[in-house]
Design a protein around this ligand. Structure first.
Ligand SMILES: O=c1ccn([C@@H]2O[C@H](COP(=O)(O)OP(=O)(O)O[C@H]3O[C@H](CO)[C@@H](O)[C@H](O)[C@H]3O)[C@@H](O)[C@H]2O)c(=O)[nH]1
Ligand SMILES: [Mn+2]
Length: 473
C-alpha cells in the first residue's frame, strides 16, 4: 500500500548554520581553556565569582551541545490524505475537546466560533463529536452553545457547499470574505451572515442584561441546572447532549445534512476539592466522552484556537493510520500560529525559531513535545496505556456503549464521571490522563507518554491547521 505520509530533511541553510555553529563551538572551547588556565594559575581565577561564571558557562555549553543534533536534523512531513479514501471504512471516531474557563475573559461568542469551526471539519458527522468543557460553569456559555447548535444547521451545509479554503470560523470567514469584493457576495452568503449577526446580538444582549429570558430558558431543559446556588467554584456536574449525532438527528429531520454530536460539560466544582485547572478539565472530558462516543482519536483545542483547515483530521490520520509506523504514534502536535500578530510580529508570538527549528527538530527524533492545544491524541496513550511491541491499533474499539441508551441515560451516566470525588484514590493525574501538579501540564504529560514507549509527531503543514488569538500588548 502507498504510504500516507513522507518525511523530508530540510537542508536549506545547513552550510551557513554549520559555519555559525562552528564559531560558537570555537568560542565555547576558548572560554573553557581560559577558565582552566585561570584556575591552574592560582590567581583571581579561583574566586567564587569566577567559579560561578565557569559553572554558568558549562551549563550553557551543555545546553548548546545537546541542542545541536536537533538543529542539524530538521524534517518536514507531507501527508497524502487522498490515499485515506482507500481506507475509509476504517476511519476512527474523533472526539474534539474545546476548553473554556471564564465567560468574561473568553467571551462565549469566541468560544462558539471555535466550536463551529470544529463541527465543520470535513469528516463523517457520525464519527465526529465536539465537547465543550466550561470551567466557568456559565449559563451564558451554555446558551451560546445552544445558539451555535441551531446556527450549525444552516452554517454546516453552507460550509460544505461554498467554503473550500477559507477558515470555517464564521467571524474569521466573514471578515476575510466581506473585506474582499462585496459585489460578488451571493444571497446565500448574505443570508448566513445575517443569521450569524442575529445570533451574536442575541447572545451579547443576554450577557449585557446579565440574565437569560424566561422564553429562552423554557426552550431547553438544560437551563434547569442553573439556580441561585450555582457559582463558578461551587456547582454540580452538568452534562448536556445538545446534538445527538446518532442516526437521523434533528437537522436531518429539518432537511439539513447530518450534524456531529455536540456536548456541553461543566465538571463538578466544590470548595476544598482541587480542580487541577485545564488538566482536570481534560481528564473529565476523557471520561465523559468515553461514555458517550469513545472516539479513538482526541483533538484538544483551547477556546481561542480555531480550525483553519477543514481537512486537518484526515491529515492527522495519515500519521496514525500509516501501515508501517502509525501504531507507534501517540500524538500529532501542530504549532500554535496566530492571526492577529502585530506587523513584524514584534512580540514574537509565532516563535519562528522555536517552531520551525527546535520543534521540527525534536519531531525528527519522533519526540515532538505536547504543547496543549492543537494536538491530536490516541485515546489509549493519553489515558495511560504503555506501548508494547505487539500493539496494533484496532479502530473498532469504539465501544458501542451508547447504542440502546437514550441521551438522558448517557447524560446521567457521564455526570458521575465528572464529579470531584471520582478521581479520589485513583491514578487519574498521576498515571492516567493529563498529569497534575505542574503549570505546564501539557509538556509533562507529553514526556510521560514518551516514557511509556510511544512516539510523537510534529506536523507543521503549509496551510496552518489552527489559528489563534495572541496578546498584542
Ligand atoms: O482551570 C482552567 C484553566 C484553563 N482552562 C483552559 O485551558 C486553556 C489554556 O489556558 P490559558 O490560560 O489560555 O493558557 P495558555 O498559556 O494560553 O495556554 C498554553 O499553555 C497551557 C499550559 O501549558 C496549555 O494547556 C495550553 O494548551 C497552551 O495553549 C484555555 O482554553 C482555558 O480556557 C480550563 O479549561 N480550566
Ligand atoms: Mn491561552
Amino acid at each position: 500500500m502507498q504510504p500516507l505520509f513522507e518525511t523530508r530533511e530540510c537542508r536549506k541553510g545547513r552550510v551557513a548554520y554549520s559555519l555559525f555553529a562552528g564559531t560558537i563551538m570555537a568560542a565555547i572551547c576558548a572560554i573553557w581553556l581560559y577558565r582552566i588556565q585561570e584556575l591552574m594559575s592560582g590567581q583571581g581565577g579561583r574566586s567564587w565569582a569566577c567559579i560561578g561564571m565557569f559553572m554558568a558557562e558549562l551549563w550553557f555549553s551543555f545546553y548548546w551541545i545537546i541542542s545541536q543534533p536537533v538543529r542539524f536534523k530538521v524534517c518536514r512531513h507531507s501527508t497524502f490524505k487522498e490515499r485515506l479514501l482507500t481506507r475509509e471504512d476504517k476511519l476512527p471516531g474523533v472526539d474534539i475537546f474545546v476548553c473554556t474557563a471564564d465567560p468574561v475573559m473568553e467571551p462565549p461568542i469566541m468560544v462558539i466560533n471555535t466550536v463551529l469551526s470544529a463541527m465543520s471539519f470535513n469528516y463523517p458527522p457520525d464519527k465526529l463529536s465536539v465537547y465543550l468543557s466550561d470551567d466557568g460553569g456559565s449559563q451564558f456559555t451554555f446558551y451560546a452553545l445552544l445558539e451555535a447548535s441551531n446556527f450549525s444547521k444552516h452554517c454546516l451545509p453552507f460550509c460544505n457547499k461554498f467554503i473550500v479554503d477559507q477558515p470555517r470560523n464564521p467571524e474569521a470567514y466573514f471578515a476575510q470574505v466581506i473585506n474582499g469584493n462585496a459585489d460578488h457576495l451571493s444571497q446565500e452568503l448574505l443570508d448566513i451572515k445575517k443569521k450569524y449577526e442575529d445570533m451574536k446580538n442575541r447572545i451579547e444582549s443576554a450577557i449585557t442584561k446579565g440574565s437569560i429570558s424566561k422564553e429562552i430558558r423554557d426552550e431547553h431543559d438544560g437551563f434547569s441546572e442553573w439556580n441561585d446556588q450555582v457559582t463558578k467554584q461551587n456547582h454540580q456536574s452538568i452534562v448536556q447532549i445538545i446534538i445527538d449525532g446518532r442516526g437521523t438527528n434533528a437537522a436531518e429531520k429539518e432537511g439539513c445534512d447530518q450534524l456531529p454530536t455536540l456536548v456541553y460539560m461543566a465538571r463538578e466544582k466544590r470548595p476544598g476539592w482541587p480542580h487541577n485547572f485545564k488538566a482536570g478539565a481534560m481528564n473529565s472530558l476523557i471520561r465523559v466522552s468515553s461514555e458517550i462516543d469513545n472516539g479513538s482519536i482526541i483533538l484538544n483545542l483551547d477556546c481561542d484556537m480555531f480550525a483553519n483547515n477543514a481537512d486537518s483530521i484526515q491529515e492527522a490520520l495519515c500519521f496514525f493510520m500509516h501501515e508501517k509506523s502509525g501504531h507507534e504514534i501517540a500524538f500529532v502536535q501542530h504549532p500554535q500560529i496566530f492571526y492577529n500578530t502585530t506587523p513584524n510580529d514584534l512580540y514574537s508570538n509565532n516563535m519562528h525559531v522555536i517552531v520551525q527549528v527546535e520543534f521540527a527538530g525534536t519531531g525528527s527524533y519522533d519526540a515532538a513535545m505536547y504543547c496543549g492545544t492543537n494536538c491530536f491524541h490516541r485515546r489509549e496513550s493519553l489515558s495511560g496505556r504503555k506501548y508494547l511491541k505487539d500493539y496494533r491499533w484496532n479502530s473498532d474499539i469504539e465501544a458501542k456503549k451508547k447504542a440502546g441508551k437514550t441521551s438522558q441515560e448517557l447524560e446521567e451516566a457521564s455526570k458521575v464521571l465528572a464529579n470531584c470525588s471520582y478521581e479520589k484514590d485513583t491514578q487519574w493525574g498521576t498515571q492516567m490522563g493529563l498529569i497534575y501538579g505542574f503549570a505546564v501540564e501539557d509538556v509533562v504529560t507529553g514526556l510521560t507518554i514518551q516514557c511509556r514507549g510511544w512516539k510523537s509527531v510534529f506536523y507543521n503543514p503549509k496551510r496552518a491547521a489552527f489559528l489563534g488569538m495572541a496578546p498584542t500588548t
